[in-house]
Design a protein around this ligand. Structure first.
Ligand code: DGL
Length: 292
């Protein structure tokens, strides 16, 4: 039984542009679904902030998106998932999904030697939620977690420098943007994890899929790389199927964007680069409108 709810968009939010990697994965898997994306660029990064503060931001955005009429909410930010998934599930009447459990589940399925690494922001790693989720699924897995906060900066600044589609940026990343200093940062972060002989690495931040070629090069071909963006898209598909919430196709799929960013042309450029189609309309949302 379908009703008008089925035609509502899926709400997705992140601290900035990282959640666009989730939009991209979702648009590939579920092209018939409408999406309403919110990027809290003015308060990005969330990673170095206390979880309590991130929780407040996430609740403001979750309620705002809910008021725009969405059928489902995806917290496309690991930090905000760690801070506010439970609260948003309690406070909203729509289903709410985070990115941590899907990534944790994929990691338990991928590992052969049961040694898994997780990288993420300081707040995500300190929350311990990835390790807890992985060990809930398989208590025998050893989890090695490392905060890699500079990766957010590297991804953002690389994208800002490059005026090309993100695929070009990604394929040229190691030769063009990864100056020795950046290579060194990545090696400093990842070499200790390699020495732990992990066979699986979870990209526990939605910005990190943008750095995948760099991370893969350092980790080598024997390490499976798990992107929570792809995993959550698959989970959304499963949830829409179970709840019979698929768009019935009576209206074309739409893509709406809102942000707290001050520099809208830059936000549109970054969105265009990641999504591979032109984003030329973005709603600017003032923090007071969020109730901040
Ligand atoms: N994209 C966010 C995440 O997945 C991190 C970026 C930030 O620090 O705001 O955790």
């Amino acid at each position: 039984m379908q009703d008008r709810t089925n035609n509502l968009p899926i709400g997705i939010f992140d601290s900035g542009i990282g959640g666009m990697t989730v939009v991209r994965a979702m648009a590939r898997l579920l092209p018939q679904e409408s999406i309403y994306y919110f990027g809290d660029t003015i308060r990005c990064p969330y990673g170095p902030r206390p979880l309590e503060q991130v929780r407040r931001f996430a609740l403001q955005i979750g309620h705002w998106l809910d008021q725009q009429q969405i059928k489902l909410l995806v917290i496309a930010c690991n930090t905000a998932t760690a801070a506010a998934l439970t609260e948003l599930q309690q406070e909203l009447d729509i289903p709410v999904l985070g990115v941590i459990m899907p990534g944790a589940r994929a990691a338990t399925q991928a590992t052969q030697n049961r040694r898994v690494a997780v990288i993420g922001t300081k707040a995500t790693i300190e929350s311990g939620l990835y390790a807890e989720s992985i060990r809930t699924l398989d208590a025998g897995i050893t989890v090695f977690s490392t905060a890699t906060p500079l990766f957010v900066e590297i991804a953002e600044s690389g994208l800002k420098l490059d005026r090309n589609p993100v695929e070009t940026f990604m394929s040229r990343l190691t030769s063009v943007y990864t100056r020795p200093a950046l290579q060194e940062i990545a090696r400093d972060y990842l070499d200790p994890l390699k020495r732990c002989q992990v066979d699986t690495l979870v990209l526990g931040c939605t910005h990190y899929p943008l750095l995948r070629p760099l991370i893969e090069t350092i980790m080598g071909p024997r390490v499976a790389i798990i992107s929570s963006a792809d995993e959550v898209a698959a989970d959304v598909a499963g949830l829409l199927r179970r709840r019979e919430l698929f768009n019935d196709g009576s209206a074309p799929a739409t893509r709406q964007f809102a942000t707290t960013a001050v520099d809208l042309p830059e936000f549109m450029h970054l969105a265009t680069a990641i999504l591979g189609h032109v984003v030329d309309r973005v709603r600017q949302v003032d923090l007071t409108e969020l109730g901040a």
